[in-house]
Each structure stands twice: as structure tokens, then as C-alpha cells.
Write a protein that binds this ligand. Structure first.
Ligand SMILES: Nc1ncnc2c1ncn2[C@@H]1O[C@H](COP(=O)(O)OP(=O)(O)OP(=O)(O)O)[C@@H](O)[C@H]1O
Ligand SMILES: [Mg+2]
Length: 343
């Protein structure tokens, strides 16, 4: 990774920024699960103020996959007039990866989840009645929403589930992505100039060309011209090695061999997933990293169960399947975990 940045040479005072070293990223793994070591000379730019209320909460257990971390850092340091579209299946770690990178760079974030009723004004702002402390009666005031706030202050704006929005509404971001000011005609033609550290990142289950899998209800095909302004980052479920690293941090009380088997089971379930038509799958619910983490971290509370892992797996996965699917998944678990699974 070789990501340096000259953002500190912009108009803001130098004390606004700080140099971030690889030491800020404590758990970075290569795809094979081995530890990635930053070059000691590696540096990138972060914010000096570590106490801003909008900095995402740091999760010390979070495990970065080196390739994804590199893609995110290069975008954040060198956006080159683009926004970032992060696509991937549910629960593979899209939103959390961005939040955890931001937390290590002290980069304030404003995040929203879009839906089919989303309108661009939800991002821009509107006139409304406000009453400040000490004011006797409310007055009409223009309320700036997430976009102007992020643009003016140099925050990251994250729009989750962006492909649920209608293409026309999302296209309204085109000018802003290209680095132009945001014009607010209804607020006396106000122009919000983008701060050099303003970034726009969207996450979605599709890549903007509609849902190819039939799994994600409500996904809308986006405008090609709007999509042309994004760089497209495809995230997959982490490799077995990386997921073993995640479980090691999330559930250290589970024996290492058992954790490895849980990750193996996750990989098997993905091979059996119906969305992966090439593999002739039989299971209709995706086995996400979220499921794996929930499975491992909840098992510890079922101390009175003979098979706590199975009980927890039922809650987060097996009970969501049809009877036939659950039987198929259960028998795969039996081959992986052995006779003790029957308890
Ligand atoms: N690398 C990781 N290290 C630790 N935990 C992880 C990691 N990746 C995913 N997780 C866990 O999985 C959960 C889901 O991740 P996240 O919300 O980032 O997924 P997503 O891809 O944004 O999902 P969706 O498409 O449903 O929005 C996280 O809250 C976290 O518990
Ligand atoms: Mg998400």
C-alpha cells in the first residue's frame, strides 16, 4: 500500500489535519488470513480533532481485509472527481469497513439509508419553523440537511442502499460528484462550495444495473450517466482465513478448531446458496458475515444447552430456511462438526 496525500497543502490551516500511520490499523489480514504489515514509512492524511461527535465509534475487534482497505484509502485520499459505489451481498461488511476506516482517520461521517420514497430534497434541506433557546416564538429558517453539512465541513456522506432510490433522484448528485457547488435556489440562491475533504460513498447490493439475483426487493436500475461518475468497488464475503481472524476477535472463548469449522460451514453455505446459480444451490438465505458473527457471539450465552452452537445457528440461520433447506444445512453441519453436532 502506498497511499500518501497532499490534502494538507489546501487552504485549511495545517493543524486541521494529522498524519496517520499503519499503526492505526491494528488488524489487517491478507486474503489467506496472514497478517499484513504496513511499510513503516506509510502515511496518509487524517483529521487532527479526534473528538468530533460525528467520528464513527472505533471497533477494536474489526478486521480489515487488505485489498478492501487499500481501495477505500485510495478513494479517500485521491477521489479524482468521482464518488465511490460499494456493492456486494448483504452483510459482507460494506458499511462497517467504511465506518471503521473513517474512525481511524478521525473523519466525521454522516450516513443515511435510502428507500423508494427518497427525494433529493431529503439530502439538501428545507424551510421549517425553528425555535432556538431564549426565542419567544418560532421563526422560519432554512434547515440544511446531510449533503450541505457534509460538503461544507469536509465529512464523508454515506448513502446506504442507494439503489433503492429512484434513478432521477440519485442523478441529482451528478454535479456535486464532479466537484461543483451545491446550489440551493430556494434559499436565496445559496451556493455551498465543497470542502476539499468532502467525499460521497454509496453502498448497495446491486451495481446500479438492477438486481440480477432476484433476491433484493425494491432495487431500481440506475441512470447510466449517473453511474459513469462512480468508481465501482465489488465486495465479496471475506475468505475463510479472514473470517477466522474476525471470529478470533469476536468470540475468543470458542476453541480455535471449532471457529475454523464455523468458518468452513459459512463457506459451504455460500457454495450451496441458490443465488449462485452456477453452483446449483439449494439454500435460499445468504450466509453473511453478519450471520457468522451473530452465531459466534450469541452461542456463549446458551450455557445450559448441550449444543450451544446449534441453538445459536437456529436463531440466526436455520429457522429462516424451509424445512428441507434446514435439513440439508443441518446435515452439512454434521459432516463438518462431527457426531457432537447431534447432541
Ligand atoms: N471485517 C469485519 N470484521 C468484523 N466484523 C465484521 C466484518 N465484516 C462484517 N462484520 C460484521 O458483520 C456485520 C455486517 O456488516 P455490514 O453492516 O458492514 O454489512 P453490509 O455489507 O453493509 O450489509 P448490508 O448490505 O445488509 O447493508 C457488522 O456489523 C459486523 O458485525
Ligand atoms: Mg450496509
Amino acid at each position: 500500500m502506498n497511499t500518501t496525500n497532499n490534502a494538507s497543502t489546501n487552504t485549511d490551516p495545517k493543524s486541521f489535519y494529522t498524519e496517520v500511520t499503519g499503526a492505526q490499523f491494528e488488524n489487517v489480514l491478507n486474503e489467506d488470513g496472514t497478517t499484513y504489515h504496513f511499510h513503516p514509512a506509510w502515511r496518509c492524511t487524517g483529521f487532527a480533532d479526534a473528538n468530533h461527535p460525528r467520528i464513527p465509534k472505533r471497533d477494536a475487534n474489526y478486521v480489515f481485509e487488505k485489498g478492501l482497505l487499500q481501495d477505500l484509502l485510495i478513494f479517500l485520499m485521491y477521489p479524482q472527481g468521482t464518488a465511490l459505489w460499494v456493492t456486494g451481498p448483504t452483510g459482507c461488511g460494506k458499511t462497517s469497513a467504511i465506518m471503521q476506516v473513517a474512525s481511524r482517520l478521525n473523519w466525521p461521517v454522516v450516513d443515511l439509508t435510502l428507500n423508494n420514497r427518497f427525494e433529493f430534497t431529503d439530502l439538501r434541506g428545507q424551510w421549517g419553523l425553528t425555535q432556538e433557546e431564549g426565542q419567544t416564538s418560532p421563526t422560519m429558517k432554512y434547515i440544511h440537511n446531510a449533503l450541505p453539512l457534509a460538503m461544507r465541513n469536509g465529512w464523508i456522506l454515506i448513502l446506504n442502499e442507494a439503489d433503492l432510490a429512484s434513478p432521477g433522484e440519485l442523478s441529482a448528485l451528478n454535479d456535486v460528484i464532479e466537484g461543483r457547488s451545491l446550489l440551493i435556489a430556494e434559499h436565496r440562491g445559496e451556493a455551498i462550495k465543497p470542502h476539499p475533504m468532502f467525499r460521497l460513498i454509496v453502498t448497495a447490493n446491486s451495481a446500479g444495473s438492477g438486481d440480477q439475483t432476484g433476491l433484493y426487493q425494491g432495487v431500481q436500475e440506475q441512470n447510466v450517466a449517473a453511474m459513469d461518475r462512480y468508481r465501482m468497488l465489488k465486495v465479496r464475503y471475506p475468505s475463510q482465513g479472514v473470517e477466522e481472524g474476525i471470529l478470533q476477535n469476536v468470540a475468543p472463548n470458542i476453541d480455535a478448531t471449532l471457529r475454523a469449522k464455523m468458518c468452513q460451514f459459512a463457506q459451504e453455505m455460500r457454495l450451496s446458496f441458490i443465488g449462485d446459480k452456477a453452483m446449483g444451490g439449494t439454500i435460499s438465505v445468504p450466509f453473511s458475515t453478519r450471520t457468522l458473527v451473530n452465531w459466534a457471539s450469541t452461542a456463549q450465552f446458551y450455557t445450559s444447552e448441550k449444543n450451544a452452537l446449534r441453538k445459536s445457528l437456529q436463531l440466526f440461520f436455520l429457522n429462516k430456511l424451509s424445512v428441507e433447506e434446514a435439513e440439508a444445512a443441518d446435515s452439512i453441519a454434521l459432516t463438518i462438526f462431527g457426531e457432537c453436532w447431534k447432541d
